[in-house]
Design a protein around this ligand. Structure first.
Ligand code: GDP
Ligand code: MG
Length: 439
């Protein structure tokens, strides 16, 4: 989750009752988070308005977990705006289905043409033909031919001395002869939209009436992507979008803008330079990415169902009174284990998911069982007063639990550390887990 949203949620979490002003402030943070993700300004404005109307409704204000409710609404609306479901490629009733790639120079048309051919072969055992209709750079024809060789897909080309419409026409004759079920046309791009490019594309379009006109957009171009998509759609009435280079660090706000401005579905995403790095577009995953949430929502849902609110309150009170002891420690571990495999939980926490620092953080359920065994070996008095644990008692625990003495020492130290940490968090320095679990 973006720091902004995280903070806003933290603030709301501390309040018992939420006012309209709180919701407004939260919406301000949502707006900034979207802008940071490069969502187009007007799109953000409309979107936030929609969410605010829903959020101010009773469902949030009366909720026990208003901050989570708002995040959930934002996420739902994002998903809805981007189309809810993955939209498959259109297929023509007669062969061949014609897919025409369009887009600016460097957006990834040629690469994506190859990726689509590969995808169709893998998923439908298709027999595609690719047509090299970018005649402005000799390298463009060679690039497509190389890709064709890698995939064992035929490429039709006439060099660079012919009109693209003529090349496409001849290519179609070849496809008919070879009974190719798909034809993928690679076209030229420009650094920006211009009339000559559009006319050329329109001429190809009028010649073959493609089943799909797929606009390839570089997701790293951010805000500009919206204008590009609008321009191409107005001229060519595109049927779908491929958002490339999502393997970069862009948050992918372009997906939301493009969908909202053109109404056309994003069908695939490019996830790398390799020809198998093409994914079907899933709006819900993209929504998470735009908000920077990892799988935060599933975590919230898990925590909500599995963690009893009242118990959380008791725990928080204990922390405040500094009476958190080994019995509470045990309770907490039970709660964590109930939620499922610990390492999976860790992965869902934003920031931990892909953080190299925590990559090797391996807490397995077995580790928790060992910790429990040690705590079970304590007398009730020792659990309530951990200070009693002197070296001879620790040795007894180690023997009782069948764990090395070093582990006993480590667990006790961890207990002290987490106690101290919780103490600090309860003094207002709330962040991370506490927002999700505590009150
Ligand atoms: P075109 O001018 O639209 O045909 O674009 P190209 O297909 O030639 O791609 C331009 C550059 O972007 C090439 O270096 C590609 O390898 C790279 N590229 C295309 N798609 C992706 C992608 O999804 N991820 C990454 N990282 N690079 C990509
Ligand atoms: Mg190209």
């Amino acid at each position: 989750l973006s720091d902004r949203l995280q903070n806003a949620i933290g603030k709301l979490r501390k309040k018992g009752k939420v006012t309209e002003a709180d919701v407004r402030e939260m919406m301000r943070e949502v707006r900034l988070a979207l802008l940071e993700a490069d969502v187009n300004f007007t799109v953000v404005k409309d979107f936030v308005k929609k969410v605010r109307e829903r959020a101010v409704g009773a469902e949030v204000l009366d909720s026990l977990t208003p901050a989570q409710q708002i995040v959930k609404i934002v996420n739902d609306e994002l998903t809805k705006t981007m189309g809810e479901e993955a939209v498959p490629l259109n297929k023509s009733p007669h062969i061949p289905t014609i897919i025409m790639m369009v887009g600016l120079q460097g957006a990834g048309k040629t690469t994506t043409a190859g990726k689509l051919a590969n995808y169709l072969i893998k998923n439908q055992k298709a027999r595609p033909l690719m047509i090299a209709a970018d005649v402005y750079r000799p390298a463009a024809v060679d690039q497509l031919k190389t890709i064709g060789q890698q995939l064992d897909v035929p490429v039709f080309d006439m060099g660079t001395d012919h009109d693209p419409v003529e090349i496409v026409k001849q290519g179609m004759i070849q496809a008919d002869l070879q009974k190719n079920d798909y034809v993928i046309i690679d076209t030229a791009g420009r650094l920006q939209i211009d009339e000559k490019l559009m006319t050329e594309l329109e001429n190809i379009q009028n010649e073959v009436h493609p089943t799909e006109i797929l606009l390839t957009v570089d997701s790293m171009t951010g805000q500009a992507a919206t204008e590009v998509a609008k321009g191409f759609d107005e001229q060519l009435n595109i049927t779908g979008v491929v958002l490339t280079k999502l393997d970069g660090d862009t948050r992918g706000g372009a997906a939301l803008s493009i969908r909202e401005v053109t109404g056309k579905p994003i069908k695939f995403t490019g996830q790398g330079e390799k020809l198998d790095q093409l994914d079907v577009f899933y709006p819900d995953r993209m929504a998470n990415r735009i908000l920077g949430m990892g799988d935060m929502l599933s975590l919230i849902e898990k925590a909500q169902t599995d963690y009893d609110e009242q118990q959380a309150q008791e725990m928080a009170d204990k922390i405040k009174e500094n009476s958190f002891d080994f019995n509470d420690f045990l309770d907490q571990m039970d709660q964590i284990q109930k939620m499922g495999p610990v390492d999976e939980l860790m992965k869902m926490i934003p920031g931990l998911a892909n953080n190299p620092a925590t990559k090797n953080l391996n807490v397995s359920s077995k580790d928790l069982d060992h910790i429990k065994a040690i705590v079970y070996s304590m007398t009730p008095q020792e659990r309530e007063e951990p200070n009693l644990l002197n070296p001879s008692r620790k040795r007894r625990l180690a023997a009782g639990a069948g764990r090395p003495i070093a582990e006993v020492n480590r667990i006790i130290k961890q207990f002290e550390t987490s106690k101290k940490m919780m103490q600090q968090m309860s003094k207002g320095n709330m962040n991370g887990m506490e927002n999700l679990f505590g009150n």
